[in-house]
Design a binder for this molecule. Structure first.
Ligand SMILES: C[S@@+](CC[C@H](N)C(=O)[O-])C[C@H]1O[C@@H](n2cnc3c(N)ncnc32)[C@H](O)[C@@H]1O
Length: 511
């Protein structure tokens, strides 16, 4: 963070805008919206009286030529005259008078930067890039704009109206926090966002009385949300998961959960890593269950965050059984499983109308650890299933998988694709034929033996590598390890969408 964000009340303060360019008028409009008294110092002859028409209660001095003395007593000043020399002069005059100045499009002359803004009345989100890229700031604004309900400001206003009454009725801090969480997650908020403020008010009153009574005679049982964190890229998280991360008092997470996802958690939430990765358990399943129950019994909101989808090889049944036995409420929030993320990264479907009518999610370690391995009959059954096979936890058993599937009836030339650390910093991908699977995997694992990896077996893997033409972000591109393919694979076009040469930083980093 190289600038410090603050919100500055401007009601009644004088803001001077020097210039009548479109950029200058845009800043004047923004300051007017914040309740400032705006003075536009336009060059002689420029007519800015239309601004007064737009905001009839705002005193605007219709333009006169710039005089340094007009900066006197201003809270803020903007310069966008269209002349670099004039702008620089205004900046130095403003600074001499102790007035904070912003010269539009000249960050080096600015005392403050104007952020991109999402405006929902009382709720304002400001986005800055330190002047580095206004276009990037606008993109972020658009993303946040889509996320926030249009009546969010009304929700803040309603909350403001209840603040004092709540503070009086619920003097205990924890009870008060619980009231506000129920207010924001429950019926009152839903009614405001649906446009029914009177109903929201009466629901909030009912909640306030209810919370007081509840506080007197009931213990809050807490709750455990079993949440999927997806493959690691925070943008692939569901909105619900994101909201729960903001609500959680405690986050109990696996190793596979990316740091970027954890960064979305409330800053004062407690984080506990129970570190499960490639059979390495830093806490056994029983201890994890005990921990979940203990945290929830303290009346806390617990997020049990698991990589991918918690319902896919996530030992969900064991955790649910423990929670049920302890009468602890729980919910499940799905996430994007590694197979879906890997297929998207490789630009292929998991099913295909012509040659993959089904997809099988299987594991090479049926109990999720190294104690139990997939047996000969299991491989044969997987080979017979046809369609696409997504094999989890299979990197360490690539040789057995290839042998087992071939003995079970799959052609040695069946296409396979391997995706390691999908969505992570060391994402790597390779494809080839089933008979080459052990060497494909060995080559990828050489560089990071501990990274998670997924095997996709079946006809869909033949097209792996056709990266979508319109990809949203460069970092989403896979890096490719070309390996020798038997003849039928020669037709695959690896060049589509691939940067040429070694200059691309993403490819260079991937080596
Ligand atoms: C215990 S399972 C958990 C699966 C997870 N619940 C899911 O839905 O993706 C762990 C296995 O998932 C696969 N996996 C998880 N994250 C991955 C990633 N980012 N890239 C590739 N494979 C991954 C690997 O096969 C790994 O061994």
């Amino acid at each position: 963070m190289d600038s410090f964000p603050i919100f500055l009340p401007l009601t009644g303060s004088r803001v001077v805008v020097v210039g009548a360019t479109p950029a200058a008028l845009a800043k004047a409009r923004l300051a007017l919206k914040a309740g400032a008294q705006v003075t536009i110092l336009a060059p002689e002859g420029e007519d800015v009286t239309w601004e007064a028409d737009r905001a009839p209660n705002q005193p605007i001095l219709p333009g006169h030529a710039y005089r340094p003395v007009d900066l006197e007593g201003a809270r803020l000043a903007y310069a966008a005259t269209g002349s670099a020399e004039m702008d620089a002069m205004v900046a130095s005059e403003a600074r001499r008078r102790g007035v904070l100045i912003n010269v539009v499009d000249r960050p080096e002359l600015c005392d403050f930067l104007t952020p991109a803004i999402v405006d929902r009345g009382a709720v304002v989100v400001a986005i800055g890039t330190g002047g580095a890229s206004p276009v990037l700031a606008r993109r972020v604004r658009a993303a946040i704009d889509r996320l926030l309900p249009s009546r969010l400001g009304g929700l803040a206003t309603l909350a403001e109206g209840f603040r004092e009454a709540v503070a009086r009725a619920l003097p205990d801090g924890d009870t008060r926090r619980r009231f506000w969480e129920r207010f924001m997650d429950g019926e009152p908020a839903r009614a405001v966002l649906a446009g029914d403020t009177p109903r929201a008010r009466s629901l909030a009153l009912r909640l306030l009385n209810g919370t007081r009574e509840m506080d007197e005679d009931a213990e809050d049982p807490g709750v455990v949300h079993l949440v999927g964190a997806g493959p690691g890229d925070p943008e692939l998280l569901t909105i619900k998961a994101q909201r729960l991360l903001q609500d959680a008092d405690v986050i109990i997470h696996d190793d596979l959960v990316g740091e970027g996802v954890l960064d979305l958690a409330r800053r004062d939430a407690r984080r506990i890593s129970v570190g499960k990765r490639a059979g390495r358990h830093s806490m056994d399943q029983g201890a994890i269950g005990t921990l979940l129950v203990r945290e929830a019994k303290g009346g806390r909101v617990v997020v049990r965050l698991k990589g991918g989808d918690p319902a896919v090889f996530g030992r969900l049944s064991e955790e649910i059984a423990t929670l049920d036995a302890a009468r602890t409420p729980w919910t499940i929030v799905p996430g994007i499983t590694a197979a879906s993320a890997a297929a998207a990264t490789m630009g292929i479907p998991l099913t295909d109308r012509d040659h993959a009518q089904s997809v099988t999610f299987a594991t090479a370690h049926p109990r999720g650890d190294r104690a139990v391995n997939t047996g000969r009959d299991d491989w044969a059954a997987l080979a017979r299933a046809g369609g696409t096979l997504a094999l989890y936890m299979g990197l360490g058993r690539a040789r057995e998988a290839a042998q087992g599937l071939i003995s079970g009836g799959l052609s040695p030339e069946t296409p396979v694709a391997v995706a390691m650390d999908v969505g992570g910093a060391n994402q790597r991908i390779a494809k080839g034929a089933l008979m080459d699977l052990p060497s494909l995997v060995a080559d990828l694992r050489d560089r990071d033996p501990k990274a998670p990896g997924l095997l996709l077996v079946g006809e869909v893997a033949r097209a792996a590598g056709r990266i979508p033409a319109h990809r949203p972000a460069r970092a989403a591109q896979p890096s490719w390890t070309d390996l020798s393919f038997p003849a039928p694979f020669g037709a695959t076009d690896f060049s589509a969408g691939r940067p040429q040469g070694g200059a691309d930083p993403f490819y260079a980093r991937q080596g």
